[in-house]
Design a protein around this ligand. Structure first.
Ligand code: ADP
Ligand code: MG
Length: 249
């Protein structure tokens, strides 16, 4: 498979803090890579560097063979080619669902309005929200807003989609409706880099798992290896924090 994203030795520092140093990652077209790790280990910062929401101090980011490191001149290109969905949806409250979806493709990409509308409606149908097209964000549940946010990223035709804990703020009964959308995107061959704490979902969706701790990739492997036969004590301990043992009465 062809490589779509390559990250070479990127480092991120704030004045006196190093968030991560010399990170490397390669993602193939159609691959789904899931990143897990303890809170504060640098997952969000890493994803934010990949779509130029943060600058990097060292290294390079190569998208589809072209170096687009996150310095000033590449920001627009990275933001357009790398889609991102966050924990909070950040839809515009004064715009309807359809208007939220059409804003960037029409204003930024100067695409034809009718054509964008047609595409937006098709996507809304796919995520089960066609009937909400004229509603405002406040009239939607959290799970519905997050599905709109996914469509808002997809309609920009990103080469890779980054998802940063997109179900972390949702009530439990809404988590599945959002993750089902992500699973269907994986099945149709979308390239995705996903940060999540939903381990069952991770296992179901991942072609490859990555464990980051203290700003370093500690372990990576297929979902099966990763969950069934973790190689490091640190990953074993981390995975244990997601399971409960029933104590004898
Ligand atoms: P994660 O998403 O894995 O929980 P983050 O990427 O949010 O972790 O944060 C990684 C580390 O970077 C944390 O120690 C955090 O305090 C630090 N950090 C994040 N943003 C900033 C910032 N703007 N200034 C200083 N430190 C930051
Ligand atoms: Mg985070």
């Amino acid at each position: 498979m062809e490589e779509i994203l390559k990250v070479n030795n990127i480092s991120k520092r704030y004045e006196d803090i190093t968030v991560f140093e010399k990170m490397n990652l390669s993602v193939k077209k159609g691959e789904v890579v899931v990143i897990v790790g303890p809170s504060g280990c640098g997952k969000s910062t890493f994803l934010r560097c990949l779509n130029a929401l943060e600058d990097i101090q060292e290294g390079e980011i190569i998208l589809d063979g072209k170096t687009v490191s996150a310095d000033q001149k590449d920001i627009v290109e990275l933001r357009e080619r790398v889609g991102m969905v966050f924990q909070s949806y950040e839809l515009f409250p004064h715009l309807t669902v359809l208007q939220n979806l059409m804003l960037a493709p029409v204003k930024v990409k100067k695409r034809n309005k009718k054509e964008v509308e047609k595409e937006a409606l098709e996507f809304l149908e796919r995520v089960g929200l066609l009937s909400k097209k004229d509603n405002y964000p406040r009239q939607l549940s959290g799970g519905q807003k997050q599905r709109v946010a996914i469509v808002r990223a997809l309609i920009m035709h990103p080469e890779i989609l980054l998802l940063d804990e997109i179900t972390a703020a949702l009530d439990p009964e809404m988590v599945k409706e959002v993750l089902d959308v992500v699973l269907s995107l994986a099945k149709e061959g979308r390239t995705m880099l996903i940060v999540t704490h939903e381990m069952q979902f991770a296992r179901a969706v991942a072609d490859r798992m990555i464990f980051i701790d203290e700003g370093r990739i500690v372990e990576e492997g297929s979902a099966e290896e990763f969950f069934e036969r973790p190689k490091t004590e640190r990953l074993r301990k981390f995975l244990q924090t997601f399971s409960y043992e029933l104590k004898d009465a």
